[in-house]
Design a protein around this ligand. Structure first.
Ligand SMILES: NC(=O)c1ccc[n+]([C@@H]2O[C@H](COP(=O)([O-])OP(=O)(O)OC[C@H]3O[C@@H](n4cnc5c(N)ncnc54)[C@H](O)[C@@H]3O)[C@@H](O)[C@H]2O)c1
Ligand SMILES: O=c1ccn([C@@H]2O[C@H](COP(=O)(O)OP(=O)(O)O[C@H]3O[C@H](CO)[C@@H](O)[C@H](O)[C@H]3O)[C@@H](O)[C@H]2O)c(=O)[nH]1
Length: 328
């Protein structure tokens, strides 16, 4: 039976495809390449197209005996979602609805869903636990929370089981150096810092230094992309063995401010990485740090890359060897 990976040509999806293939799974990727890269999917079957295309979904589900879907495909930028919320309701909520309808129609019973720390909004306490209050501060988080609720009701009505994985900040690149992060245009902190180190940007704009944090800049929990990829496989095993829906946070449990990330990147790259202080970016909570205790206990998940320097080093290997990303 096959595993359908939507958004498998994207950053986290492509790393997950590698891990699933290594475990001997049969993988099919569906990606419209709006952000992903065909070159990031080295093997496995590939369908180029949009999940909102019913004919294509029917074709994929008819041509394969799909056991489970790993659903990465989405728009996922906090700042952009504040400026253009309807884009997020369309490509996140409507896309998920279409996918779930296709799964129900074709009798596919399992889904692992990419949720996010952005579902919590400003945390009520740190570290954040799965049961904590969820009041997103941006439309991106709202759409992911709406999908989590849609999954709950699909379980209730159709017996469609899910594991929702609330990732904190994905970072780093595959240890073999063949795949990594390449978003056009880039908006994520670590790749932007490394573009400064490569001389592709003059400086990093730090979005706000007046947050109630250790040095005034936002604090995030950075988790290696391969550790995230492995959590998906463990989530699938849980669905296979228990047939129960669940939700898990995925992070390292340690927070780093923007300035601390810059400092660590200076150590890794040996570059001074100049910064300038810029206004706050709308929708950013001050601090997001995970408790992943539930994932460790119930999935047996244990991050292998728990040092920020180690995570940045893998990203630096990728960016310095692929200064233009996947572009030739
Ligand atoms: N990067 C992070 O730090 C982070 C953290 C928390 C959650 N997430 C979630 O993880 C998932 C993957 O994130 P990423 O950073 O790899 O993003 P990405 O943009 O690199 O990957 C998403 C992929 O989905 C594809 N896609 C988007 N809409 C599609 C559609 N309608 N039909 C078919 N393909 C479509 C894109 O082309 C892209 O390849 C997203 O759902 C995101 O919300 C990411
Ligand atoms: O040029 C930049 C880029 C980012 N930041 C800051 O760096 C931090 C991290 O930003 P970024 O890398 O853009 O990640 P987030 O906005 O925290 O969001 C990521 O992490 C979330 C989970 O925490 C996911 O849901 C999102 O999809 C993913 O993009 C934030 O405080 C930003 O304000 C800057 O100061 N300057």
């Amino acid at each position: 039976m096959a595993i359908l990976v939507t958004g498998g040509a994207g950053y986290i999806g492509s790393h997950t495809v590698v891990e699933f293939l290594a475990k001997g799974e049969e993988v099919i990727v569906l990606d419209n390449l709006q952000k992903g890269h065909r070159e990031a999917v080295k093997s496995g079957m590939f369908y180029e197209g949009d999940i909102r295309d019913d004919q294509l979904l029917t074709k994929v589900f008819s041509e394969h005996n799909v056991e489970a879907v790993i659903h990465f495909a989405a728009d996922s930028l906090v700042g952009e979602s504040v400026e253009n919320p309807l884009k997020y309701y369309d490509n996140n909520v409507i896309t998920a609805q279409n996918l779930l309808a296709g799964m129900v129609k074709h009798g596919v019973k399992n889904i692992v869903f990419s949720s996010t720390a952005a579902t919590y909004g400003e945390p009520e306490s740190i570290p954040i636990r799965e049961t904590d209050r969820k009041e997103p501060t941006n439309p991106y988080g709202e759409t992911k929370l709406a999908i989590e609720k849609m999954l709950k009701w699909c379980d209730h009505a159709y017996g469609l089981k899910h594991v929702a994985l609330r990732y904190f900040n994905a970072a780093g690149a595959h240890i073999d150096g063949q795949i990594g992060e390449d978003h056009q245009p880039e908006s994520h902190l670590i790749p932007i810092i490394l573009q400064v180190a490569l001389g592709q940007r003059e400086q990093l704009a730090v979005f706000g230094d007046d947050y109630p944090t250790v040095d005034g800049t936002c604090v995030r929990d950075y988790i290696h992309v391969t550790d995230l990829a492995n959590a998906h496989w463990l989530a699938l095993q849980k669905l296979r063995s228990t047939g129960e829906s669940a939700v898990y946070n995925l992070g390292n449990g340690e927070g780093f401010s923007v300035k601390q990330v810059v400092e660590k990147a200076r150590e890794v790259t040996g570059h001074p990485i100049p910064v300038k202080i810029a206004p706050r970016r709308a929708g950013d909570p001050a601090v997001l740090i995970a408790s992943s205790e539930r994932a460790q206990r119930e999935l047996g998940w244990k991050p292998q890359y728990n040092g920020l320097g180690q995570i940045i080093q893998t990203a630096w290997n990728w960016h310095s060897n692929h200064p233009k990303g996947y572009a030739k």
